[in-house]
Design a protein around this ligand. Structure first.
Ligand code: GLN
Length: 473
């Protein structure tokens, strides 16, 4: 019975549908899908309050652009008066005193939030297994991970609880779970969406992204939350292009590059074949698809896993059991902080803090952090050069489909390699989207990634819509 974004809007306008019934249905779905453990906090009372306000606006003849959108929000994004755990014990009882700019813009545009979703603790991970609130299951196969770190948001959308959700990206945390769960996931250009109210992980990499089963809805959500914000000095004044009119887009002449580095060893054959088949479909529709090269791709994971932990070790210094979280007693200040951080953080977060503190330490700063920053610039240059000849780059989103729960948890390196195709876009700052493109022989979804030049999210949405139409024919 689920209606598309535009059908839902039309039904609301004509009065055939009311907003509260949409909340009823979504909450009923959360109950039916409770076994997935997609949510950390459900907020039914607040959802009905928000729905009431949207209903009043509709009665007054106002049609907010996101009326009818029921949203789930990753639990590292602040919503005033609601618990903000970041899936960590250290924030178990923390209530946010303010709302993230991006989320406030969506609420102002008529979206209704029904709950906060599970994630890897502080968004560090690729499977949602590193959560203090239990693992989230992949709705396509309950023995598999949903990907991560925005696994709760991905599972909620894939299970049909909501049509869209917010996630966050530092190295692939929107795109990779979107691929594993068979939905869309957009990481905007760095600086396109305000980070105010997004719990900081790697500040030079972080962006809030949108996950959805409906491309039109995703584009409207992006449009509503993007743009300059006085509370985030890294937001760009570049005007947000119109992403709402997605129709009438022809692929003729569109230059698409297939970076050879993304099709090498370690990629599951079904993933490669599916992307190659999609490339053939695009060629038949008039796109000019050819191989290209991003020569520094092999350095993306080592570079990312120096820069992201370095920034994390600094950002997470504030969680000390004094300003936030349960406080443990000790002889002196240092003891208290040590005991509180020891008990409050999980193993992966501690690993990142140690890694980050190490690469920033006096004797190693030049050898690791400074060098990583230089390589980062080379990675960005690879993209600038490729975009002289191509409008878009097309790659698999992840080397494999969803892996089994427990399969990679004992090996941090194996887990880190899940980000091999996504981390480059974060390091370079460019926008990228993952779209569902097929499935493997076990029925597990395969995601395809499109990467564009800075601030060309409009092109990502338009091309995505056209590809989905073509593949479904
Ligand atoms: N999986 C990556 C990491 O563990 C990316 C996380 C993210 O994008 N938030 O750091």
């Amino acid at each position: 019975m689920s209606l598309s974004f535009s059908e839902r809007k039309a039904a609301l306008k004509s009065g055939r549908l009311d907003i509260k019934s949409l909340v009823d249905v979504a909450l009923e779905h959360t109950r039916r899908n409770a076994h997935l453990n997609a949510f950390i906090t459900l907020m039914s009372e607040l959802a009905y309050e928000q729905a009431g306000r949207v209903a009043t606006r509709l009665l007054n003849g106002e049609y907010p652009p996101l009326a009818g959108v029921i949203l789930a929000v990753k639990d590292n994004i602040a919503l005033r008066g609601v618990r903000l755990t970041c899936a960590s014990k250290i924030l178990e009882n923390y209530i946010s005193p303010y709302t993230a700019t991006a989320l406030q813009r969506l609420i102002d545009a008529g979206a209704v939030v029904i709950g906060k979703t599970n994630l890897d603790e502080f968004a560090m991970g690729s499977s949602t297994e590193h959560s203090a609130y239990g693992v989230t299951l992949n709705p396509h196969n309950l023995e598999r991970v949903p990907g991560g770190s925005s696994g709760g948001s991905a599972a909620a959308v894939a299970a049909g609880v909501v049509t869209s959700a917010l996630g966050s990206e530092t190295g692939g945390s929107v795109r990779q779970p979107a691929a594993f769960c068979g939905i869309l996931g957009l990481k905007p250009t760095y600086g396109r969406v305000s980070r105010y109210g997004l719990t900081a992980f790697g500040s030079s990499l972080d962006q809030i992204g949108v996950m959805s089963s409906d491309v039109e809805e995703a584009a409207h959500i992006f449009q509503a939350m993007a743009g300059c914000d006085a509370n985030d000095n890294t937001t760009s004044p570049t005007p947000v292009p119109d992403c709402s009119a997605l129709s009438e887009f022809a692929l003729e002449g569109l230059r698409i590059g297939l970076p050879v580095e993304y099709f090498g060893e370690g990629i599951q054959p079904a993933v490669r074949n599916t992307i190659e088949k999609a490339a053939a479909v695009l060629r038949r529709s008039g796109a000019v698809v050819s191989e290209c090269s991003l020569p520094h791709t092999k350095y993306a994971i080592p570079t990312y896993y120096i820069i992201a932990p370095a920034e994390a070790s600094s950002n997470l210094a504030r969680y000390d059991g004094v300003r936030y979280g349960p406080r443990f007693e000790g002889e002196n200040g240092e003891d208290i902080i040590r005991a509180s951080r020891q008990a409050g953080f999980g193993a992966e977060v501690k690993r990142r803090i140690m890694l980050g503190a190490y690469v920033l330490s006096a004797g190693y700063y030049d050898a690791y952090y400074k060098k990583a920053q230089r390589v980062r610039r080379l990675i960005r240059q690879d993209f600038s050069e490729a975009f002289r000849n191509y409008d878009l780059l097309m790659t698999p989103t992840a080397p494999t489909t969803a892996f089994k729960i427990g399969e990679k948890i004992a090996s941090p390196l194996a887990m880190y390699l899940s980000d091999i195709f996504t981390a480059s876009a974060n390091l370079a700052g460019v926008p990228a989207i993952s779209l569902p493109i097929g499935s493997d022989d076990k029925g597990l979804p395969i995601g395809m990634q499109l990467i564009a030049q800075d601030f060309r999210e409009d092109l990502l949405f338009r091309t995505t819509k056209r590809i989905i139409e073509l593949i479904n024919i």
